[in-house]
Design a protein around this ligand. Structure first.
Ligand SMILES: NC(=O)C1=CN([C@@H]2O[C@H](COP(=O)(O)OP(=O)(O)OC[C@H]3O[C@@H](n4cnc5c(N)ncnc54)[C@H](OP(=O)(O)O)[C@@H]3O)[C@@H](O)[C@H]2O)C=CC1
Ligand SMILES: CC(=O)[C@@H](O)[C@H](O)COP(=O)(O)O
Ligand SMILES: [Mn+2]
Length: 382
C-alpha cells in the first residue's frame, strides 16, 4: 500500500534526503504536503517535481509569489496556520518533521491529535516539550519514530528485545569539527571552520551543535523521552568515525550496536518503512576491511561544557530543558551571524540556565512563554 507523507522542512538537509527516498520508492510513497522556509527557489523545484497538494511557507509575500508560480491544483498557505495545515489537515499517514528548532512543536502536537504517525528528526521539539509530546502520543495511540541516526540505531537495536532488561543506552559522538582541538585552541575559531563536520553534511545549526557537543546533549534528552530511560542510564562515548551509530546494553551484559556508513537516508527510510525494510541502493555499503579500526574514548565534561549543561537541565526537567534549547538556538544563531565568538555560545547558555527558576510539568502555554522569554534574555546579553 502507498503511504502518504507530509514533510515539514522539505528544503533542508533532512527534507531533501527524505525526498531522495520518496523518489527512489515512488511505488511505496506519495508526497501529500510540504512546508518550506526561505528557500523558495528549491521549494519551487520540489513542487514541480512532486506536485504536493498543500505547500506552506513562512509569510504572505512568499505565499503570493508561490501562488503565481505553481500549478493551480497546488494549495499554498502560510504562517502558523499554514504549517499546522500541512502537519495535520490532510490525508497524510506519516508526518516527517524535519524543521529546525522548537517551531516544530505545535505542528507535531496537531499531527498527533490528528492520529498521524510521526517520523521525528526535529529533536528540539522533544527537548523543549518531550513530556507533552510523549504523553499526547500515548493518549492518541500514535507512534513516534526516530529519524536522528543515534535514536534510529537504538530503536533498531531494541526490535524484538525485552526492554525491561535494558541496562544502558550508549550514544556515540563524533566530537564535531573541533574534536582534535583543546579548549585553548577554540579561542577565535571561525564560523567557516565550525561548519566543517568531519563525517556528516547537515544543516548549519546542527553542525554547530555538533561542534559544541550540544547536539549530543540534546540527543541525551531526546533518548530520555523516546525510550523512557533515566539520565543515569544514558551514556555518551566519543567515536570519531561515526560508523557505530549507537549501542544498547542489557542486564546480561550483552551489547547490541547498529553500524553503517554515515548516511541519513538510512534512518529516514527505516522510519518511513518501519516495521519493514526496503533496499537502499543509493547508499554506500560498509566495508569493515576497508575501515580496519574503530575508536572509542571517554568524553570530558570540561572540554564539552554543553554536554554537562544538557545532563543537568535534563535531570532538573520541567522548563529547564526548554531554556536549554531556546538559549542554544539563539546563541548558535548569533554565532552564525558572527555576533559572538564560538566559546560565548556556552557562556550565554549557562547564564540563561542560571537565570531561570524551573517550573515542573509545564503545559504548552508555559513552554511557549519560557521559550520566548529565554530568547529575549539571550538577545539582551549581546
Ligand atoms: N541534517 C541532519 O543530518 C540531521 C538533522 N537532525 C535534525 O533535523 C532537523 C532539521 O535539520 P537540518 O535538515 O539539518 O536543518 P536545515 O537547516 O538543513 O533545514 C531546516 C528546514 O527547516 C526550515 N525552517 C527553518 N526555520 C523555519 C521556520 N522558522 N519555519 C518554518 N520552516 C523553517 C528550512 O527552510 P528553508 O531552508 O527553506 O529556509 C529547512 O527546510 C533539526 O532539528 C536537526 O537537529 C537530526 C539528525 C541529523
Ligand atoms: C547525523 C546525526 O544524527 C547527527 O546528529 C550526527 O549524529 C551528528 O554527529 P555528532 O553530534 O556525533 O558530531
Ligand atoms: Mn544525531
Amino acid at each position: 500500500m502507498t503511504k502518504k507523507i507530509s514533510l515539514l522542512g522539505a528544503t533542508g538537509s533532512i527534507g531533501t534526503q527524505t525526498l531522495d527516498i520518496l523518489k527512489l520508492h515512488q511505488d511505496h510513497f506519495v508526497l501529500e504536503a510540504i512546508s518550506i522556509g526561505k528557500n523558495l527557489t528549491l521549494g519551487l523545484e520540489i513542487i514541480h517535481t512532486f506536485l504536493p497538494k498543500i505547500v506552506s511557507v513562512i509569510d504572505k509575500d512568499s505565499c503570493d509569489y508561490l501562488r503565481a508560480n505553481v500549478p493551480s491544483q497546488v494549495k499554498v498557505v502560510y504562517g502558523e496556520e499554514g504549517i499546522l495545515e500541512v502537519a495535520a489537515e490532510n490525508d497524510a499517514d506519516v508526518l516527517v518533521n524535519a524543521v529546525m528548532g522548537s517551531v516544530g512543536l505545535k505542528p507535531t502536537l496537531k499531527a498527533i491529535e490528528a492520529g498521524k504517525t510521526i517520523a521525528i528528526a526535529n529533536k528540539e521539539t522533544l527537548v523543549t516539550a518531550g513530556h507533552i509530546v510523549m504523553s499526547e502520543a500515548k493518549k492518541y495511540d500514535v507512534s513516534i519514530l526516530p529519524v536522528d541516526s543515534e535514536h534510529s540505531a537504538i530503536f533498531q537495536c531494541l526490535q524484538g528485545q525485552d526492554k525491561k532488561r535494558l541496562e544502558r543506552i550508549i550514544l556515540t559522538a563524533s566530537g564535531g569539527s573541533f574534536r582534535d582541538k583543546t579548549r585553548k585552541e577554540l579561542i577565535g575559531v571561525t564560523v567557516e571552520d565550525a561548519l566543517k563536520h568531519p563525517n556528516w553534511t547537515m544543516g548549519a545549526k546542527i553542525t554547530i551543535d555538533s561542534a559544541t557537543m550540544m547536539n549530543k546533549g540534546l540527543e541525551v534528552i531526546e533518548a530520555h523521552h523516546l525510550f523512557d530511560m533515566p539520565y543515569e542510564k544514558i551514556d555518551v562515548v566519543l567515536h570519531k568515525e561515526s560508523i557505530v551509530h549507537s549501542l544498547v546494553e542489557f542486564e546480561d551484559t550483552s551489547m547490541i550496536a547498529q553500524l553503517g556508513s554515515p548516511d541519513m537516508r538510512v534512518p529516514i527510510q527505516y522510519a518511513l518503512t518501519y516495521p519493514e525494510r526496503l533496499a537502499l541502493p543509493i547508499s554506500k555499503r560498509l566495508n569493515l576491511m576497508e575501515i580496519g579500526m574503530l575508536h572509542f574514548a571517554p568524553v570530558s565534561f570540561e572540554r564539552y561544557r554543553c554536554l554537562q549543561f544538557a545532563y543537568e537541565a535534563g535531570k532538573i526537567g520541567g522548563t529547564m530543558t526548554t531554556v536549554l534549547n531556546a538559549a542554544n538556538e539563539e546563541a548558535v544563531q548569533l554565532f552564525l551571524l558572527k555576533r559572538i565568538q564560538f566559546l560565548e555560545i556556552e557562556d550565554l547558555i549557562e547564564k540563561a540556565l542560571e537565570n531561570h527558576s524551573p517550573i515542573s510539568n509545564p503545559d504548552l502555554e508555559t513552554i511557549i512563554d519560557v521559550d520566548r522569554q529565554t530568547r529575549s534574555f539571550i538577545r539582551s546579553l549581546v
